[in-house]
Ligand binder design. Structure first.
Ligand code: HEC
Ligand code: HEC
Length: 473
């Protein structure tokens, strides 16, 4: 462990130097920003003379754009428009509890517009619960092992779920835990890549939506996914409005020829069309508007790009779409791994590779200030704490006590810090920074919010075709 350094200049310089022992740094430009004191004039970039603050801002903007390009951080493009009838169908399905075995929980129960398409909880509560968001309760206290992520910009992601188990294969097909039960015909139905396939899975999970044998969807054997999907299509087909909506969404195909892939693809279409936000201050800045970022945000951008953050958080979504262990504590019921089954081995559950233990997909960061709590299990309740976690993350993990979590979750904290640290991503070795750097990074995080994402209430429909209760906190 590197000795904590107190001078912010030394800290940034040390971290940057460490980052550049990485092979990838070789072809990265060694811009003057690397060695300048944070907050000091970025001076001497263009001339030896004294620069006005306006000239400074222009010079810093140029440096930041160059850094972003060299880190592979690119603008997020607006996806091509999705046909309105498909979006309308996807919207209805996302909000309709009809997709759950006991008709008591919709996708949107855990992906609420009022909570930025998450649920504001560390861990979700599945079927059988009542209420919404942080106040949702379950008499038996059943928790879903992972945090419900937001649904922003997911059309741009190749790996979905925290462990990437729904992913784009090398042949352009979507790979899922269902293997060949997702037929070639279903594959052809997926128009938007992995996000089109994702909706096939929450409906199969007894804990999330399907419930027990008391309903006809729950009666199907766990391994018979096609049977589960067919049972749901029978339910939907019994509602004339759904038949009409499906046939409008897929002109030329009769409802009776459709599979649940058509439903899932429509949900994907809705997510791509309505939840891809491309107008953040950062996007406007990348498009050439020097005044889109505040001075603090611009300074924060330079810090984010100069630190190792952007080695993993890159691309259009701020995710490399890869898997890393960044030393997040384990809470909750777990994914059935380890002693007692309360651990979560993350990506290893998909690949079987020991090297993937405790690795999770790099989280996209768009609108991140709106999507608390953080981490695969929501163990970190504030964005500031997650950002600060990266400084001496080994010590942070060892001393993590879940103080900000409610008592039940705090009690479920696993004492696995040393095992997690054994495979922590080496990029985090020796990373040390102070509060001033946290402040800068927080300013940058605030530049990744699209104002249009702040209030999503217009996404919730008044009613859904089943007539069941629409989730609305
Ligand atoms: C009980 C709460 C719950 C319900 C109901 C639910 N989800 Fe989720 N959702 C989650 C959790 C928890 C995860 C993370 C699971 C994981 O990664 O293993 C998740 C993950 C996702 C993701 C992946 C996001 C990403 O960043 O990779 C998408 C998309 C999604 N859900 C859409 C849906 C859709 C569509 C439905 C309905 C068919 C649905 N969810 C129903 C809780 C829920
Ligand atoms: C080694 C790759 C890597 C580096 C370097 C890295 N991150 Fe991450 N980041 C991840 C992964 C992986 C996760 C999800 C971890 C988990 O849930 O267990 C994550 C999660 C996050 C989250 C939580 C997002 C959410 O919605 O849960 C934030 C915020 C974040 N990172 C910001 C940063 C900042 C700021 C830096 C630089 C100080 C940084 N990251 C450096 C890989 C990385």
């Amino acid at each position: 462990m590197r000795r904590p350094v107190s001078s912010p200049v030394a800290v940034v310089a040390a971290v940057v130097a460490a980052a550049c022992t990485l092979a990838a740094c070789a072809e990265r430009p060694t811009e003057p920003a690397r060695t300048r004191a944070p907050g000091a004039a970025s001076a001497s970039v263009a001339s030896g003379g004294v620069m006005t603050s306006a000239e400074n801002a222009v010079a810093t903007a140029a440096i930041v754009r160059q850094l972003a390009a060299s880190r592979g951080i690119v603008p997020l493009r607006r996806p091509a428009p999705v046909r309105p009838a498909l979006v309308a169908l996807g919207r209805a399905l996302l909000f309709d509890p009809i997709l759950s075995g006991n008709r008591d929980i919709a996708c949107a129960t855990c992906h609420l517009p009022g909570f930025s398409t998450g649920d504001g909880r560390s861990l979700s509560i599945g079927q059988g619960g009542s209420g919404f968001g942080p106040s949702r309760l379950h008499p038996a206290g059943t928790l879903i092992p992972r945090n419900a992520p937001p649904m922003f910009a997911l059309g741009a992601m190749k790996h979905l779920f925290w462990d990437g188990r729904v992913q784009l294969g090398p042949d352009g097909r979507v790979q899922t835990p269902a293997g060949a039960q997702v037929t070639a015909e279903m594959q052809r139905t997926f128009e938007f890549g992995p996000i089109s396939a994702l909706g096939m899975f929450p409906v199969t999970s007894r804990a999330e939506m399907r419930a027990g044998r008391e309903n006809e969807v729950g009666m199907v054997a766990d391994t018979d996914l096609r049977g589960i999907w067919a049972a749901l299509m029978r339910r939907l087909g019994a509602i004339p409005q759904y038949r009409a909506m499906f046939e409008a969404a897929y002109p030329g195909t009769r409802f009776d020829q459709m599979t649940f892939a058509h439903a899932s693809n429509a949900i994907g279409g809705f997510i791509v069309d309505k939840l891809t936000f491309t107008n953040t201050p950062w996007d406007r800045f990348l498009a050439g508007d020097d005044r889109a970022l505040t001075t603090a945000q611009l300074d924060g951008a330079q810090t984010f790009l100069s630190l190792k953050c952007s080695v993993c958080h890159d691309g259009a979504t701020f995710s490399d779409d890869q898997f890393h262990n960044v030393a997040v504590a384990q809470i909750g019921p777990g994914e059935g791994n380890g002693d007692g089954g309360r651990d979560d081995f993350g990506r290893m559950n998909v690949t079987g590779l020991a090297a993937d233990r405790y690795r999770f997909r790099t989280t996209p960061l768009r609108n991140v200030e709106l999507t608390a709590p953080y981490g695969h299990d929501g163990a970190v309740t504030s964005l500031r704490a997650f950002v600060a976690h990266y400084s001496q993350s080994d010590l942070k993990l060892q001393s993590f006590d879940g103080a900000s979590l409610d008592a039940g979750l705090r009690g479920s904290l696993l004492a696995t810090a040393s095992r997690i640290l054994a495979t922590r991503d080496t990029l985090l070795n020796g990373v040390v920074f102070g509060d001033d750097v946290v402040n800068k990074l927080m300013a940058y995080m605030s530049a990744l919010t699209d104002d249009a994402a702040r209030n999503l209430s217009s996404l919730t429909p008044e009613r859904v075709p089943s007539g069941l209760r629409v989730p609305r906190p």
